[in-house]
Every structure is written in structure tokens, then in C-alpha cells.
Design a binder for this molecule. Sequence first.
Ligand code: AOF
Ligand code: ZN
Length: 356
Amino acid sequence: MNDDARFMRRALALAKRGRGLVSPNPMVGCVLVKNGRVVGEGWHRNFGGPHAEPMALAKAGRAARGATAFVNLEPCCFFGKTAACTEALKKAGVSRVVFGVRDPNPRVAGKGKAALRRAGVAVEEGLLAQPCEALNRAFFTWIRKGRPYVILKAAASLDGRIQTVSGQSKWITSPAARAMSRKMRSEVDAILVGRGTVVADDPRLTGTGRRHPLRIVLDSRQNTPRGAKLLTQPGISLIVSSKAPNGRLPATAAVEHLRVPLLGRRVDLRKALAAIAKRGVTSLLVEGGSEIHTAFLEAGLVDEVRLFLAPSLLGGEAARSFFEGKGFASLAKAPRLEATSMRRVGPDFLLTGRVA
Ligand code: AOF
Ligand code: ZN
């Protein structure tokens, strides 16, 4: 790996320290290098806080003059919660900026690069573009599509079933897989389930960290049980329904409501996702049940699939699988995963891929 790539990798590693803390902002890291030596490092630590570049500049002090800045994202050029990074870089006398990917935020979107060039700073775009794009995939989807990055998560047998024929689902996968699934919850902004899952499994929908992702229940008819465990966990639960909240489950500080019109017999998913995105949710873990997974897949609203597969074979025509519905008549029309990977988790497998 050449030196530039090495420093960009370092910027990426720093950026990752903001995971779970910066949303709905992107994760950004910055490394300042002079004469082959790192003179300052910084990363965006929390939403509303300083950006990566000024943090690195503060560390470098006067050594920033004539240095190269490596940043995974195009530096911003507007005064938001903090002053523009392009200005800070310019003022500090940084002579070259290497960034991974353009910031799709319409307030930046190439304007950061142009501002630096105008100020006589040498700018290079696209170093390690792929990992830089991957790191902030949720943020990019949120900005570009006005909806969260949607991850469908399920735990199934090798034959794709999420229940036995008698409805038993606890537990198809191992404690190791369940622990990993809780960790996944801690890394997203929100988790979504259908009312049916709340009734059948009464999940807590909690993660592992100190941060509590928003818990969302899709409940077309305002029927979520009042005693549901998820409603009393730390953090906020959001009931998404076509009906106004009633006295049975009134809005409180911990239970919020969102009203979304129906599309056919269920809540309009696109409208629901747009409204959820407006609350600053950039990533959403959809945990089921089967009808919810099916509705998201049929609507083309799944970006990524994470499937825990237990080495068991449950069989049974009446046993539910995580994707049902009408199905696709032709292979060509059925959704396919790309960039797939498979790893072992205890006795189970975790298969992941992005919907092509
Ligand atoms: C950077 N460096 O470290 C980050 C950037 O509300 P603000 O002022 O924090 O601005 C947030 C926007 O700035 C965010 O939507 C994204 O476009 C950019 N994030 N830019 O130069 C950083 N976190
Ligand atoms: Zn900035």
C-alpha cells in the first residue's frame, strides 16, 4: 500500500470511532501529514460537535502549514453547527487535501472541492473511494433518497423458516448469534417490527450500548398491547399507524406516535420511511415478522439483508419463512444479493449482502 492509501486508511479508522455517536451526521476522520509524518489527527466525535478537520488542525498547530490533509469525506464549505472546514484548512495553510468521496449533502456536493481549489489548495478526490462510500452508506442513502438505509435482519433455519410448524421460534439461532444481533441494534438509529411480532414475541428490542436506538412498531390499526415490554425500555418507542392514538396507548415522553396514511391495507411504507428519516433516522434495522419483511422486499425498500442461518431443517408447508407474499414468477425479477459474505457465528452462519 502506498503512503497516501495508508494515511487514508488511518482517517477511516479514526472516523469509525464516531460510530453510533454522530448520526445523522457522517463518520469523518482526518489525518494531517507533513514530510511523511503525521502531525495531527481528528475525528467527528459527536453530533453537533466539531468536525474532523478542525480537530486535526488544532492538534497540529503551526505544523499544519504546508501539510496534506487526508479525509474520508469531502470537507464541508458552509457554516452549520460549526464553521466551514474548507475555511479552516485554508487558514491553517494546508497545501493539499486528499478526500475519499464527495459529500452528497446539497450544501457541499462538490462545492467544498471547488472552494479549496479556488484558494490554491491542491485537491485529489477518490482515494479508497469504495471503503469511504461503504463507511457512510447510511448517511448517503439518507441524503440521496430521503429515507433511512434499510437492513432486513432475520434468523432462519437452512430451509429459510423462522418458525416451526407449531409456531415455535425461540430460539432458532444460538446465543452467539443473538448477541451479535443485539450489537447490530446498537449500531443503527432505529429498529422496526410489526405489531404481530410485538404480540407473538414481546421483544425488548434493546441493544448493547448506552445509546438506545428508536424502537418503531408498524401498527396500521393502533392495536399495540399496552403492556408490551418494548414500551418500557430506556429510550423512545414510536408507534406508526394510520389511526390517531387513542386513550389506550396515549402519547407520553417515552411513547410517541406517527400517523401515516394507508396504502391498500397497510401503512404506506414509503411515506412512513420519509417521515422517520425527517426525525434523523439514517439507518433502520427491520426485524420482522414475515409480513413486514415481505412488504419491505416487495416494495423494493431493502438495501441490505443480514440473515442468521441455523444448521437446522424445520420443514412444514405451514411453517413461516421470512419472505412470503405472492413471490416472483421469474428469476430475473426476484431480488438478488450482491457483495455477499458469509461467516460463522458460533454454530450458525451469518450471511449478508446488498440488494442489487
Ligand atoms: C466535514 N467534516 O467531520 C463532518 C462533515 O451541522 P454541522 O455543521 O455539523 O454539519 C453537518 C454536515 O456536515 C453533514 O450533513 C455533512 O454534510 C457534513 N459533515 N463534514 O467536513 C466532518 N461530520
Ligand atoms: Zn466540516
